[in-house]
Design a protein around this ligand. Sequence first.
Ligand code: SF4
Length: 99
Amino acid sequence: MSKVRRQANRLAAPQWGWQDAAACRGEDIGLFFGPDGERQPEREIRERKAKAICARCAVRTECLEYAVSRPEKYGVWGGLNEDERASERRRRMRRANAA
Ligand code: SF4
């Protein structure tokens, strides 16, 4: 088995069914993905609104697990922005290495 195929086998195909129950369905996608060149104050306001939607989402855990396990570099997923997800990935890596 090739190295690429072995890596593909480790990363299971995403299951998208949870998105049917997403609280962000029908919401302005611009709340979750900011424009290029967005200034920090506007970003904070936008992300606060997006995270408020995530906070009442029934599939927040599934969404966050998806986004943390994949290279989702942009946007608010599961109530976390890019930087927060990167921190979560590092935290999980440290915990896995310590085990
Ligand atoms: S957690 Fe947030 S981004 Fe994820 S599906 Fe729910 S509302 Fe959408």
